[in-house]
Write a protein that binds this ligand. Structure first.
Ligand code: 13P
Length: 346
């Protein structure tokens, strides 16, 4: 058992405290730059730093956000006035999280499929991040639905890596966020997404057990069971909520403290509505906290408003706070679409 077992349990509980979720802001430089370029924001270290400062200094963010997942560049950066972001987060009451995978790479022998890398040297990196103040980590595996895929090779390889990552994190004092993302891209139906998510979660939990990962010291970050973006028939909110919860109940052991969804390319309104309906309608049927760990579905409207211009920071922060508040409400089943209209004075 990890020397950190009790601390890990407490951190995991705090990450999914009632009314709160986790903010993902761990875009790699490549992904962050792409999002910046779309808005004409210079893809420089300074602008990435400024944007991350905007997020982390959003007033009262910790009312609805327990912690934030950083990228390696960000955990080493400081505010404009020279305060390390790790200190900024501690002062703001945000638990420090860190992405530790090194990205999804082509899986040899399996065209169109990916395997996430990053196990080499991970023990040492975990130790360094813990010393810097991090208390949880993230590793994202990517499962693609398409003609004849996913293969069991891809699911097994990714699940095995996730489990080895989780064990190493727990050994070093970081709560592992276990993220098997079934991609929303494609024309598949929601039923197909259910099948693939069901199989993926089954294999992931098998591997976690095989690798002796205590399940009360992880957070699961799944994708929702949802229609492919290009599927002609789009399932509604009720169906997404019902099928997602059914799939989780089939696979997620009761000892797992929390399930924190990624948004995965859903609109921000959908992300809030889906999470809300799960908690409102089915909240009594499951033992885990069910909340958010969104990146785009919280950040995008704020990023759109900021556009790289620091004069827009206060308004962008209000927008970010508002999105966090709505998702905090959704994590309690208290979100309504008319909250979208509540004035954000920008
Ligand atoms: P999205 O919410 O934008 O899908 O990002 C969540 C995440 O952390 C992906 O790894």
């Amino acid at each position: 058992m990890s020397n950190y077992a009790q601390e890990l349990r407490e951190t995991a509980q705090a990450m999914v405290a009632p009314g709160k979720g986790i903010l993902a802001m761990d875009e790699s430089n490549g992904t962050c730059n792409k999002r910046f370029e779309k808005l004409g924001i210079p893809a420089t270290e300074d602008r990435r730093r400024a944007y991350r400062e905007l997020i982390l200094t959003t007033p009262k963010l910790s009312e609805f956000v327990s912690g934030a997942i950083l990228f390696d560049e960000t955990i080493r950066q400081s505010s404009k006035s020279g305060v390390p972001f790790t200190e900024v987060m501690k002062t703001a009451g945000l638990i420090i999280g860190i992405k530790v995978d090194t990205g999804a790479k082509d899986l040899a022998g399996c065209p169109e499929e990916k395997v996430t890398e990053g196990l080499d040297g991970l023990r040492d990196r975990v130790a360094e991040y813990y010393k810097m103040g991090a208390r949880f980590a993230k590793w994202r595996a990517v499962i693609t639905i398409g003609e004849g895929i996913p293969s069991s090779t891809c699911i097994e390889a990714n699940a095995h890596a996730l489990a080895r990552y989780a064990a190493l994190c727990q050994e070093g004092g970081l709560v592992p966020i276990v993220e098997p993302e079934v991609l929303i891209d494609g024309n598949h139906t929601i039923e197909r997404c259910y099948e693939v998510t069901d199989e993926t979660l089954q294999v992931v939990f098998n591997q976690l057990r095989l690798n002796k990962v205590p399940l009360d010291q992880i957070i699961l970050k799944p994708s929702m069971v949802i229609s492919g973006l290009a599927c002609p028939t789009q399932a509604g909110v009720e169906q997404v909520a019902e099928m997602t919860i059914k799939c989780l109940r089939n696979n997620v052991p009761v000892t797992v403290p929390g399930v924190a969804f990624l948004s995965g390319g859903q609109t921000y309104e959908q992300s809030s509505a889906h999470l809300n309906t799960m908690n409102l309608k089915y909240g009594s049927l499951y033992p885990w906290r069910v909340t958010f760990s969104y990146a785009r579905a919280i950040q995008q409207p704020a990023l759109d408003h900021w556009r790289g211009d620091d004069a827009n920071i206060p308004a962008a922060q209000q927008i970010l706070y508002h999105r966090a508040k709505l998702n905090g409400a959704a994590s309690l089943g208290q979100y309504t679409p008319d909250m979208e209209k509540a004035p954000v004075s920008v």
